[in-house]
Design a protein around this ligand. Structure first.
Ligand code: CA
Length: 703
């Protein structure tokens, strides 16, 4: 297999040289033929996972284990926005296309980083309220001289690759509903495929295919059934509806396919992963139980028609926010003496799945981190074997893994030389319990779990112990035997996506602001460079002329730093995100960002009694925590409320929380949910947390 790749790489070099003379191309002139033969152009990175198999492996080997120590910065580019950077750069014919938060698109000279053009879709900032996991974007697709971006507000926009000017734009979602999009589109046979997000709020997820020429809708496949009284769109929805109970369609049901896609040209199957249930707690969603198809599933449809072919549900009756949207990777593997064509996923729920991609039949499923909700997967039925009461029917439950996932959107990579998968894995527990007071709140966070359970211990030592108990590691995994080969422990959880290369290297960024290269066979760290910001996006590699480059996006943001500020690395307040590009002998210097570490001001006097503060704490947990963090501790992505002058002002706080004074910054009005007394109780609670934080920072001053 290794020999075959080497030959393909050589052949590719000749083809590129010939193509350069014979058929001069315009920018981003990517076709089916080029995508299907992507291994003939190893110097390009033409679709999100490099090839339709989405392995995120590059046949390039000029940068390898023996010279990676000489890797240095070639150039960096400062994006126009701060917050999370999750883009996978697309590189074709010497041009790099990247995105930043708020769905901005940039075309850069891939050799120098010189800006060719930029496009801003001007997403209304209040849409950010419906983006559970930061206002991020994971990149573009390119096709026949156009660049396609899915904007946060649900638009799919085609841009002229030469100028960045819009050619067409379609609204792929109902703007009256809390849909968002953060994923990179994929293009098959001239159809632009895109899903959506929103299963924490109130949507019915789906995948759509649009004509790349004019934006006409070709097909749509819903992840979950709609209102049965209105009839079903297809037989798959009719089948799925039999696995639901109650009036799930009133909330939307969820299942949003918000990230992963892969395509198999042999079977013409398009694969995608679907999201969690809405609400999370199945008791509130489908009170009579049921598997709730196609939540938390890997689904295969005909790429041309969107017709259902097969599904495998990783988490039947999903109850923990175990989306099945982690990246899907296709490979041909010898397993137990047979050559198998498989699809693989390191799932949020902690199991690594190897599935026959033609039939959907499970080949193996093993945990790649400690898992406490199930002891394994029954190979006869393909169903998890649950332990105890993980569905918190009788009492709250502490579960490994949690809604952050054993693996989340940060893409894993499969290396066909080592035949190993490299997983950005993590160990973070979650507290789950039924919210007895749950009532559906249109447009709001609707999980039906009790967020009061997600409170940090008061005692600083206990809090530090909790912070230290959550872990992250890079895991090398053999999918043929479904066993771990090595693991490289990291400083904490929520690290970067992975790239493997024929140079015997595995590249991964980390939360603590580094990009590192590991030996693919041993896990030994061979090189590391400081990036000054969380480096979470999937790295890519490409060539221009003789030089091989490694590129990655870096920037502070994404869901972990919104919710779990207490565990965020102390990198200071961030500048805008950046694209960082390295080559052998690179000598560029990375400007140190303006890390303005602000001292917490002395908090305003506490004005409320303990009962009001406690009520404010509960309201905070149910309305504010998902953006402003456990115990109001900010992670640096959006303003830390404990530092805000507004908490000292009763009318000022009310003007924001109920009056919507900052809606153009993403802070919408909660007037339909909260009363003035509620807002003041929340203010009292935030002041109490500000006092706790201030006392911790100034131990001598007392409380
Ligand atoms: Ca989710």
């Amino acid at each position: 297999m290794r020999r075959a790749i080497g030959m393909a790489a050589l052949g590719g070099a000749c083809l590129i040289a010939l193509a350069g003379f014979v058929t001069p191309r315009g920018p981003a002139d990517v076709t089916s033929e080029r995508l299907l033969n992507a291994d003939n152009e190893p110097g390009a990175w033409m679709t999100s996972g490099r090839t339709y198999s989405e392995q995120r492996f590059s046949p390039l080997d000029r940068i390898n284990a023996s010279n990676v120590k000489d890797l240095g910065l070639a150039w960096s580019f400062q994006l126009a926005t701060n917050r999370g950077v999750e883009t996978t750069p697309i590189v074709v014919d010497g041009v790099m296309y990247v995105t930043s938060s708020w769905s901005l698109v940039y075309a850069l000279d891939a050799r120098t980083g010189h800006l060719l053009w930029t496009y801003d879709p001007h997403v209304a900032r209040e849409v950010g309220f419906h983006a559970c996991c930061d206002v991020v974007n994971r990149g573009v697709a390119v096709w026949k001289g156009r660049v396609y971006v899915a904007a946060l507000d649900g638009r799919l926009i085609a841009l002229d690759a030469a100028t960045g000017q819009p050619v067409w734009s379609v609204q792929t979602t109902d703007p009256a509903k809390p849909y968002t999009i953060t994923m990179a589109p994929r293009i098959v046979h001239g159809h632009v495929m895109v899903g959506n997000s929103g299963s924490e709020y109130g949507v019915r997820g789906y995948v759509s295919a649009y004509d790349a020429d004019d934006g006409k809708l070709i097909w749509r496949f819903y992840a979950v059934p709609g209102d049965p009284s209105k009839g079903f769109e297809n037989h798959a929805m009719e089948m799925a509806a039999k696995t639901w109970t109650g009036n799930w369609w009133k909330f939307g049901g969820g299942g949003s396919p918000w990230d992963a896609m892969a395509y198999d040209p042999e079977t013409n199957l398009l694969f995608f992963g679907t999201g969690n249930g809405l609400p999370w707690d199945e008791k509130a969603r489908s009170p009579g139980g049921g598997d709730n198809l196609f939540l938390s599933s890997i689904v295969a449809v005909d790429a041309d028609t969107g017709e259902y072919r097969w599904h495998y549900q990783t988490t039947p009756g999903e109850s923990w926010d175990f989306d099945s949207t982690q990246n899907l990777v296709l490979a041909d593997l010898p397993i137990a003496g047979r050559d198998r064509k498989v699809i693989m996923q390191a799932n949020k729920n902690g199991f690594f799945y190897v599935i026959d991609r033609a039939t959907g039949k499970l080949i193996s499923a093993e945990p790649f981190v400690p898992v406490t909700w199930a002891k394994g997967v029954d190979m006869a039925t393909g169903r998890p074997i649950e332990i105890g009461d993980p569905r918190y029917k009788t009492a709250p439950a502490t579960i490994f893994p949690s809604s952050f996932g054993a693996h989340n959107w940060q893409p894993m990579s499969f290396d066909p030389q080592t035949r190993l998968v490299y997983i950005p894995a993590q160990e973070i527990p979650g507290e789950y319990g039924t919210d007895d007071k749950f009532a559906y709140r249109p447009g709001q966070w609707n999980t039906a779990v009790d967020w009061d359970l997600n409170t940090l211990p008061e005692d600083p030592k206990a809090r530090a112990a909790m912070r230290n108990s959550i872990r992250g590691e890079l895991v090398a995994w053999d999918p043929a035997t479904n066993k771990e080969i090595w693991r490289a422990p990291q400083k904490g959880p929520w690290n970067g996506g992975v790239l493997s290369t024929a140079g015997g290297l595995v590249f991964q960024g980390s939360a603590d602001g580094h990009l590192a290269a590991y030996d693919a066979r041993t896990g030994r760290k061979l090189w590391s460079s400081e990036t000054y910001a969380a480096t979470l996006a999937g790295p890519v590699t490409y060539t221009v002329g003789e030089d091989q480059y490694v590129a990655v996006g870096a920037g502070f943001g994404s869901v972990f730093y919104l919710v779990a500020g207490f565990a965020a690395p102390e990198l200071g307040n961030p500048d805008n995100g950046r694209i960082l590009v390295y080559k052998l002998g690179g000598t560029a210097t990375l400007p140190h960002p303006n890390l303005t570490r602000v001292e917490m001001p002395r908090p305003p006097a506490q004005f409320a009694k303990p009962a009001e503060i406690a009520a404010g704490h509960s309201l905070f947990n149910h309305y504010c925590l998902v953006c402003h963090g456990y115990n109001a501790i900010g992670g640096g992505v959006i303003p830390d409320l404990r530092y805000s002058p507004l908490i000292g002002s009763e009318p000022g706080f009310e003007a924001v929380v109920l009056g919507g004074a900052l809606k153009d910054h993403g802070m919408v009005s909660f007037a339909s949910q909260l009363k003035p007394d509620d807002a003041q109780a929340i203010r009292a609670y935030v002041i109490s947390e500000a006092h706790a934080g201030y006392a911790e920072a100034h131990p001598a001053a007392g409380r």
